[in-house]
Design a protein around this ligand. Structure first.
Ligand code: FMN
Length: 401
């Protein structure tokens, strides 16, 4: 146990996703903050993810006596203490030198899933050791194919039960903030980056002490990873092949079209993971929360559906569950909480999300995750209809609506 593990008093910097982000912005070099925070193109996809959540309303119910909330849930045959976890992200240790370890510890302690990316900064074996059965592994299929398949084998050997195949990066998008800041791995220290790092001494000294994070699951201690390489080798044939090779649960991530979801289901995948990659791939993608319902309708009520992109508080988690997701993942907020205040920041973020989720469930009159559904939402069209009905009836009575 290191100092970070013991320091679990509530953070004075992190009260939720927004404060985590604001503090992280001060603590991280701009180059690193923008790598995490940024998105594709004009970043309208990123903004729309959150705007769509804000438009959607929960339906409060009164006098329901629903006061004993349980956040426990099951996903793909495994029990978790809460219906949300950590999405796969490459190079998490850029936010904090022990990010992967601290996320794994939190997942183990609170019993929720944490996904290690192929481009993660910790080894497949270490993450499984730290997070136990809560560790999921995420695969990017990059050339050479043999290497990608060897990652699957390593995950199998290490005892992972859940494999996520990410399929929404046929080509890597341009992220304008990264281009402007000169973000590249390994870092190239020109004057601009040097000043950026020098003006964030705590982050820089920690990086110096711990060593620069690398995508260690790639050959030559990470040097064999080409961030810009096409990941289009993950096609329908590959999915077929992977289904044969992987004996655990197979989850296909980055699904946005109902027809793709249906085909993935028919090919024997165990779950689809609805995600627009946090707006990091296609700028004009629909808001992720709006993609759940059509996909749920396509795959049917019983088929497991995971979800991410744009979740920024507990009510967003509730809205995603109500739209039809079975499990919700968060990306950027985890890295911001760690950058803001290490283990305590992450702990505070999860305490806040768990508490607020149980409060919001009480407000809408539900006690268990299984009882959350579309009846807990007020859709925009319903609000417009209610407004029009009120206006029509007031007009008929000669009153102002
Ligand atoms: C810094 C960063 C790195 C990411 N790397 C990966 C990755 O390696 N594999 C993957 O499937 N998704 C990756 N994602 C996407 C996340 O899994 C997730 O879909 C997205 O962050 C969800 O949106 P949110 O950040 O708004 O919660 C990454 C996201 C971020 C912010």
């Amino acid at each position: 146990m290191d100092k970070e593990d013991r320091k679990l008093a509530p953070s004075r910097r992190v009260y939720g996703c927004a404060s985590a982000r604001t503090t992280a912005q001060k603590k991280l070099p701009k180059l690193i903050f923008d790598f995490i925070d940024g998105a594709a193109g004009r970043e309208t996809g990123l903004k729309n993810n959150q705007a769509a959540f804000d438009r959607l309303k929960l339906k409060p119910r009164v006098l329901s006596k629903a006061t004993q909330q349980s956040l426990a849930t099951e996903f793909l045959g495994q029990s978790y203490n809460q219906p949300f976890g950590i999405a796969p992200m490459g190079m998490c240790n850029l936010s904090h030198p022990r990010a992967d370890y601290l996320m794994a510890q939190a997942a183990q302690r609170l019993k929720f899933p944490v996904a290690l990316s192929s481009a993660g900064s910790s080894s497949i074996e270490d993450m499984r050791k730290w997070a136990g059965d809560n560790a999921w592994f995420q695969l990017y299929v990059t050339p050479p194919m043999d290497h990608s398949l060897s990652l699957v084998q390593r995950a199998q050997d290490a005892g992972y039960r859940n494999l996520i195949l990410t399929v929404d990066v046929p080509k890597v998008s341009r992220r304008l903030r990264d281009i402007k800041n000169g973000f590249q791995m390994p870092f190239k220290l020109r004057t601009r980056q040097f000043i950026d790092f020098a003006t964030h001494p705590i982050w820089s000294l920690r990086l110096l002490a711990a060593g620069t994070p690398k995508p260690v699951n790639f050959p030559q201690n990470g040097l064999g990873f080409d961030r810009d390489a096409s990941r289009a080798m993950a096609d329908w044939d590959f999915l077929d092949r992977l289904r044969d090779q992987w004996q655990g649960n197979l989850i296909v991530k980055g699904v946005t079209a109902p027809e793709d979801a249906l085909r993935i289901k028919s090919m024997g995948a165990d779950a689809v993971y609805v995600s627009n990659h946090g707006g990091r791939q296609l700028d004009s993608v629909p808001a992720s929360i709006d993609l759940i319902r059509p996909i749920r309708e396509a795959v049917g009520r019983e088929y497991p559906v995971a979800f991410d992109s744009g979740v920024r508080d507990a009510e967003d988690i509730l809205k995603a569950l109500a739209r039809g997701a079975d499990f919700v993942m968060l990306g950027r907020p985890n890295l911001f909480a760690l950058a803001a205040d290490g283990a305590a920041g992450l702990e505070s973020l999860y305490a806040a999300l768990r508490y607020d989720l149980s409060v919001a469930m009480a407000q809408i009159g539900v006690e268990t995750i299984g009882h959350i559904g579309p009846h807990n939402l007020i859709e925009e069209t319903q609000m417009m209809t209610a407004h029009t009905d009120a206006a029509t009836s007031a007009k008929a009575k000669g009153k102002k609506p």
